[in-house]
Design a binder for this molecule. Structure first.
Ligand code: ADP
Ligand code: ASP
Ligand code: MG
Length: 438
């Protein structure tokens, strides 16, 4: 059993869709599960529709809906499958979103159902095309096996239940190719949920772990995991191998190429993960597995963060201060990413801008300083950060003109994290890339 996952750009048109089935057919007679995202920019368009409906912006709503309809009808045409393949789903999408537009209300719950249309449309078309080519193929609705809690927009899978259901449905079927939607699940009560943007990678690794796959191949639009995001750093180079921990850290710290939760299910079953380029399938891609090589691997970045510093001389030689502060974050359900402490102050990074209520509560325990528009740069490599020469190389890249607002080292064996203003993201990444990989 092999699990393949194809992202949006990998199925943006009929030629690419055909290619995904060619890639899958080469794996036969092994059983293949294919996890598909929505085609091209469909999910972004669905987000636009949701926002337009909420704001009562009829024009934006109509034009974006038409874009989705035309896109999928064109693909039907180009694949020589009946136009009717997607008709009922597109009609359902129109009715569903007309309701949202009328009410000008899009709850988190309805937003998940709205976004799910992208993956239902793409898999419907691929399935119809595969049938037209007489492949031994079966279509599955992910809501029937990927069971989650009801955290709409970021649902957490119930792994034991999902595993049991996947084994029943796919494990026992005799079809060669199984087509499933990425990103989508449902609560035990059957309400549609999503795993967060980019969540198809996670669906694929859950399927691989549940079905004891021999490998998980994630097919995308770049030749593997690269030394940095090639959209930001033009010199970025593909990496041939990475450890699970290194790949996971890159994903946590913003490398969009993998959803942050992807690696964990694969690690638990020691399933190799390979990142491949759908445009150049003959390239080796990046192999992710248990082995470490002690070299610097890649740089990643995450922007628009907020740093909150709490300063209190009461902290000196006192216990309970940290727990008091984290209790406040916990009560506000805010997750803290990076933490740096001194004897009398503590600075944390947040992905969202803190509201006044949170700041008021924090100001009861100390003086607050808030810094917005911050970018964290993360340099990943297993056990490379004990080397002072490497550290001095890193710091030489910042010079006088890039102010460093926070440093975190030692929190893990794999990464060095440096926070700088958003305005310096591009230049800092380029310079760091040159000193580390140039
Ligand atoms: P897919 O639709 O296939 O899931 P994504 O757009 O989610 O693709 O992820 C692939 C993109 O991730 C690439 O086009 C690239 O711009 C971005 N990316 C960010 N960091 C990296 C990295 N270190 N290596 C490769 N790609 C990266
Ligand atoms: N289609 C979803 C998104 O765009 C899920 C994914 O691509 O993995 O976020
Ligand atoms: Mg993705």
């Amino acid at each position: 059993m092999i699990v393949l996952k194809f992202g949006g750009t990998s199925i943006r048109n009929s030629t690419m869709i055909q290619r995904t089935l060619e890639i899958a057919s080469k794996k036969l007679p092994k059983k293949v599960v294919i996890v598909y995202s929505a085609s091209g920019k469909t999910t972004d368009h669905l987000v636009t529709i949701g926002e337009a409906a909420r704001n009562g912006n009829k024009e934006a709503y109509e034009s974006t809906l038409e874009q989705i309809i035309t896109h999928h009808k064109n693909i039907c045409n180009d694949l020589s499958i009946s136009q009717e393949t997607a008709d009922d789903l597109l009609e359902e999408l129109r009715h569903f979103t007309q309701g949202l537009l009328l009410l000008k209300e899009v709850t988190k719950r309805s937003f998940d159902s709205l976004l799910s249309f992208g993956e239902f449309l793409s898999t419907r078309l691929v399935y119809a095309y595969a049938m037209s080519k007489n492949l031994s193929v079966e279509y599955h609705d992910s809501r029937t096996f990927l069971k989650t809690d009801n955290t709409f927009g970021n649902a957490q899978p119930n792994m034991p239940r999902t595993k049991e259901l996947l084994k029943q449905r796919i494990g026992s079927s005799s079809a060669s190719i199984h087509i499933v939607q990425g990103f989508i699940g449902s609560t035990e009560g059957g309400v549609c949920t999503t795993l967060g943007r980019g969540g198809s990678d996670y669906t694929a690794s859950l399927c691989a772990a549940a079905l004891d796959a021999e490998v998980l191949e994630v097919w995308t639009d770049v030749p593997g995991i690269m030394t940095s995001d090639p959209r930001i750093v033009s010199d970025a180079q593909p990496l041939s191998a990475l450890s699970y921990q290194e790949a996971a850290e890159l994903a946590y710290f913003g490398a969009k190429v993998l959803h942050p939760a992807t690696i964990q299910p694969a690690v638990e079953k020691a399933i190799p993960v390979v990142i491949k380029n759908t445009n150049e399938p003959e390239l080796p891609g990046t192999n992710i597995g248990p082995n470490h090589t002690p070299t610097i691997k890649a740089l990643t970045s995450k922007s628009s963060l907020t740093l909150v510093q709490v300063h209190s001389s009461r902290m000196l030689n006192n216990h309970g201060f940290l727990s008091g502060m984290f209790t406040i974050f916990n009560e506000h359900k805010i997750s803290v990413d990076i933490v740096a402490t001194s004897e009398v102050s503590i600075t944390v990074s947040l992905e969202i801008a803190p509201d006044d209520k949170l700041l008021n509560e924090l100001s009861r325990i100390g003086k607050i300083i808030v810094l917005q528009n911050q970018t964290c740069l993360c340099a990943v490599g297993y056990r490379v950060w004990r080397n002072a020469n490497l550290l001095s190389k890193v710091f030489s890249a910042f010079g006088k003109d890039i102010p460093i607002t926070l440093i975190s080292l030692g929190g893990s064996e794999n990464n060095l994290t440096i926070v700088i203003p958003d305005s310096k993201q591009q230049i800092a990444l380029e310079r760091l890339h040159t000193v580390l990989f140039g």
